[in-house]
Design a protein around this ligand. Structure first.
Ligand code: TRP
Length: 337
């Protein structure tokens, strides 16, 4: 690493290069906010961040619905901006508009053994869940493309959830293999594991679009309130006077996240049969709505500017493409091609 120094020769700490991508799945939910988005925002204060809208990755499962992905990109970027991700402090860009990513993906695919891809746990799992039509060349190659996303921006740290660790490990192996053949050209990234526990959805399972159990950042207060009313709670607590188990209750998870100062008292009242689920839910929905209100207001204002998302992506993609082109040039030079 080149040591940087200021004009007086005093060393300036190297600003770590952070890279992360998110597949555009349309409007984001509270799980995205707590699990990833808040980390993205915090990191953009301390590192040099490249945040990619991974629309090619979305194509691995929606290969027949390109226009739908384009609409999803807009919704997701609006949520990013509304949540406070500032395009002046980080680079927000669109994967498919950087052809160098696709080119490096072909090159790295040549030296990635098939057996490495076949052993990624999510591959077989997802095909079992979503169906055999997913068994495409592109879907198997998902981790190669993700490796390129990181490597082409020279990402050193990658904020990810637990489920992405096997992908990151594979990325490191692919990059080591390239560097073994051609010299130390690509940077081996390190994962930064998110500290947020899995965010539960309204049915108590992990909050996920595909389970239809999400609370969306962009929905109305009424919609949120209605969803919270139907939320799964501790099955052992039927009457208000029954002792509850807040540590396993999704309603309490959100109290802890959005009403932290009252959480201990709420847990105590729930456990001792002095707080019923109906009252608890109404209270939680109020705090959740209050916490999301500024985001929702900003989002409405941003959405009213029809060209905003395109402009943010155009500017970020221009910056990211400069970096990508340089890395690809280094790769070609190292390979002697
Ligand atoms: N696979 C990641 C996910 O589903 C998204 C992603 C694409 C990504 N490219 C990336 C994450 C690069 C980190 C780095 O969440």
């Amino acid at each position: 690493m080149v040591a940087l120094a200021d004009a007086a020769g005093k060393p300036v700490p190297h600003r770590r290069r952070i890279m992360a991508g998110m597949r555009p799945t349309g409007k984001l939910h509270v799980g995205h906010l707590l699990g990833a988005l808040r980390t993205f925002i915090a990191l953009s204060e301390e590192g040099e961040c490249f945040y990619e809208v991974a629309d090619l990755h979305a194509l691995t499962t929606k290969f027949d619905r390109g226009a739908e992905i384009a609409a999803d990109v807009r919704e997701m970027v609006l949520d990013w901006l509304a949540a406070g991700l500032d395009p002046q402090r980080c680079t927000i860009y669109l994967q498919s508009r950087i052809p160098e990513i696709s080119e490096l993906a072909i090159i790295l695919s040549m030296l990635t053994p098939l057996s490495w891809l076949e052993r990624v746990p999510t591959y077989k799992e997802q095909i079992e869940i979503l169906g055999p039509h997913l068994a495409t060349h592109g879907f198997l190659g998902y981790p190669v493309l993700q490796t390129v996303d990181i490597a082409i921006m020279r990402g050193e740290r990658v904020p990810v959830g637990q489920d992405q660790l096997p992908h990151l490990e594979l990325s490191r192996e692919i990059i080591r293999r390239f560097n073994h053949f051609y010299g130390p050209v690509l940077v081996e990234p390190e994962p930064m594991l998110s500290q947020t526990p899995l965010v539960p959805g309204t049915d108590g399972r992990k909050m996920s679009k595909s389970y239809d159990n999400s609370i969306l950042l962009a929905e109305s207060e009424e919609e949120t309130r209605a969803k919270v009313t139907t939320m799964f709670t501790d099955p052992a607590k039927i009457h208000k006077t029954d002792p509850g188990h807040p540590e396993t209750c999704p309603v309490f998870f959100f109290q802890r996240a959005f009403n932290p100062s009252a959480a201990d008292e709420i847990a105590q009242r729930c456990r001792t049969g002095r707080l019923g689920c109906v009252e608890d839910k109404a209270d939680m929905a109020r705090h959740l709505n209050a916490a999301l209100a500024p985001l929702r207001e900003r989002r409405a204002a941003l959405a009213a500017q029809p060209r905003l998302v395109e402009e943010v992506l155009a500017e970020g993609t221009r910056r990211a493409r400069t970096v990508a082109a340089q890395t690809l040039a280094d790769v070609r030079a190292a390979m002697g091609m």
